[in-house]
Design a protein around this ligand. Sequence first.
Ligand code: M6P
Ligand code: ZN
Length: 248
Amino acid sequence: MADPGHADVRRNELATPWGRWAASDCSVTTEGVGKIMGTGSDSQSASQFPQAEPSLGLDSITTLIKAQLSVNLQTGELSGDRIQSTVRTIGDLEGIFRDEEARQALDPSTLVYRVQAFLPVEEGEEGGLFWGTTFLEPGRVGDEYFMTKGHYHAKRARGEYYLTLQGSGGLILMDEERRTTCEAMRPRTLHYIPAHTAHRVANTGESLLVFLACWPSDAGHDYAAVARQGFSARLRKVGGIPTLVEER
Ligand code: M6P
Ligand code: ZN
């Protein structure tokens, strides 16, 4: 038997000093002081729940604030209230890729990515946090990997976190001096996007790239600044290898 307070990931159970929960039985809520809900007789109130490792071994996390969100930690899929879904196809991404002719040669209905965003407060409201999942398909336009549009935050002094769930890719970051860098994304990599930094993600793998994101509700998206000048480097397949290539 696992030590109390340690998650037995292999068996997908969470052991606590007060009993065990199978992962599928569990959800976590932040309503009031919060409580752990289980379907079995092991249910306990959160006031008794220890701080250590409360989420290890869980398949999903649920939060109840003004609205409810459940995150499937295997697939990234969100469910609950106030979830906004956006789909971007090849046809929507004019002017984003380097090789516009190659983009036009593709079926415009080809899915490039979709985003689910949990917006518990109004967009633009100060003090809230948004949560999202991006599902980015594998593929290329010419030698450039499928990628998100990319944006600065409209309020430049706002950062963001990305956490990769599935697949492999590159997080492309560009500061206001147009210096571009890239961080490798693979399952469980956590990425801190500093304020004043444009960000976009490219899928460099052969399978779906899924990542979670958390950003301030008053950050906003400034796509226009990126549309005007683009990023100063692009992630391209060169000699079979994902390579950050500077634009001339
Ligand atoms: C992440 C977050 C979202 C963003 C999405 C897609 O989920 O950063 O705010 O909308 O990625 O990126 P983009 O908006 O640049 O297409
Ligand atoms: Zn952002």
